[in-house]
Design a binder for this molecule. Structure first.
Ligand code: PHE
Length: 451
């Protein structure tokens, strides 16, 4: 039984389409842009290991929890928690998720804009023709400090998301992801081979794969956890919303496993592209948000068909960013449509307008506002930090507590088991979501605050 009469909302047409759409939300700037630079800043291999533990032990159970709540209720996050436990504070998880989506999209749109710009700059032969890696990096530095350009491309990125979300997303997303995901994996493999064959690449491989635990502290673990939530689109009701468009007959467990595997695979592959290249070119792995944008163009420069590779790579990155951007926007929009009775057009134009304006200071954080720091971090850093490292894990932990202890794993397991056959994964999950997942998140929070 589904709650509410929501058949007009539409459903994914196939299981494959759903997995691809959920992966489209998960795979994005988080894997390709953020993962490598965070690994670089946090010491390499040891961080990767901690990330993997977070993704599978904490992320996977929460993804299944979000799918389950979504499919059970067929509603947006606020409506979903409200309908499962009416008139209780648990609905707060839904509102927190909306806030998370709002904050993330505000800076995500800025970086999405950078990817658009690099597509254009690849076509016009600016990117991919540098004489040295240093030149590539300086070029990027001056581009992101250019107020006019950054705002223009930020606006363009939001405009594309708006155009898609205005039309409703199902057909579009399903089809786009169908082609995008396989192409992305193939391109990453080609780039990886190229990077691994550069002279001096082995040092990068060692940095990436050899764990050095001396660099790991409570803050690092919190960052790994935040990255797992960010990369898997968890803790803000995004996967819940996508699950709400899923039909009764699908096997939730295997969907969740596929999405987590694909997302992790792409992040890991990207690391294998970036770090060999970083070391081969004598660049700094801890360079931060500019890492991918300065390293790859340098790789493309002395590669056969470098311009073509550059155009294809940044186009794919831009599309991956859009398929995640629309999922962020959709969560905020769905609330205004379902709960406030707004029409789609008003909801999309209003929310995207406010998000764009709020994102402007993030866009300027590498230029005119670069020195406007609070506690050593720019506006961009703060928004990212609050949303990724606090709101998402907190939202995920509360979702786990809610489903494990308040709504009850018994009902959740029934929903999950609808399609289960031989081994009862749902019981393993029930144990994880009650005892392991929330405790792990709580521990990481405490360790961070008590240190
Ligand atoms: N998972 C997306 C990425 O890796 C970002 C995202 C976060 C999307 C949260 C939706 C919700 O780029």
């Amino acid at each position: 039984m589904t709650m509410g009469n929501n058949n007009h909302r539409g459903f994914w047409t196939t299981r494959f389409g759903f997995i691809l759409a959920a992966s489209g939300s998960a795979v994005g700037l988080g894997n390709i842009w953020k993962f490598p630079y965070i690994v670089g800043q946090n010491g390499g291999g040891a961080f990767v290991l901690i990330y993997l533990v977070c993704a599978f032990l904490v992320g996977l159970p929460i993804m299944l929890a979000e799918f389950t709540i979504g499919r059970k209720t067929n509603l947006n996050p606020v409506g979903a928690f409200q309908s499962l436990k009416p008139k209780t504070p648990w609905v707060g998880i839904g509102y927190m998720g909306m806030l998370g989506g709002f904050l993330i999209l505000s800076f995500y749109g800025v970086v999405g804009g950078w990817t658009f710009a690099y597509v254009v700059k690849s076509i016009t032969h600016t990117v991919g023709h540098f004489t040295s890696p240093k030149e590539a990096s300086e070029f990027f530095g001056s581009f992101i400090a250019n107020t006019g350009e950054v705002i223009f491309y930020h606006f363009l990125f939001m405009g594309v998301c708006v155009a898609i979300v205005l039309r409703g997303i199902h057909g579009g997303i399903e089809k786009a992801c169908d082609i995008l995901m396989p192409t992305l994996v193939i391109i990453l493999f080609i780039l990886m081979i190229r990077a691994l064959t550069l002279p001096g690449a082995m040092e990068g491989v060692m940095f990436y794969l050899k764990p050095d635990f001396s660099k790991i502290g409570a803050q690092t673990i919190l960052i790994a956890l935040g990255q797992a939530f960010f990369s898997l689109s968890l803790g803000m009701g995004c996967m819940l919303t996508y699950g709400s468009y899923l039909s009764e007959k699908e096997n939730l467990t295997s969907c969740a496993v596929y999405v987590v595997l694909l997302d992790t695979l792409i992040a890991l592959l990207m690391g294998m592209v970036i770090f060999p290249a970083v070391f081969a070119m004598g660049l700094e792995p801890a360079e931060g948000p500019s890492l991918v944008f300065s390293v790859l163009p340098a790789v493309f420069t002395d590669m056969a068909f470098g311009t073509v590779a550059s155009i294809i790579f940044f186009t794919l990155l831009a599309i991956a960013a859009v398929t995640s951007g629309i999922s962020l926007l959709e969560v905020v929009v769905a609330y205004f449509i379902d709960q406030r009775g707004w029409n789609r057009k008003k909801a999309v134009l209003f929310t995207s307008g406010v998000i764009f304006v709020f994102g402007v200071p993030s866009g300027l954080s590498f230029g005119v506002l670069a020195d406007a720091k609070l506690f050593g971090m720019t506006f961009f850093d703060h928004v990212d930090n609050i949303a990724s490292n606090y709101l998402l894990p907190l939202g995920g932990m509360l979702t786990a507590v809610f489903i494990g202890w308040i709504w009850g794993t018994k009902r959740a397991e029934e929903e999950i088991e609808k399609h289960e056959t031989t081994f009862h994964w749902a019981y393993v999950w029930g144990f994880l979501i009650r005892y392991i997942t929330p405790v792990a998140v709580l521990f990481i929070f405490l360790a961070r605050f008590l240190k």
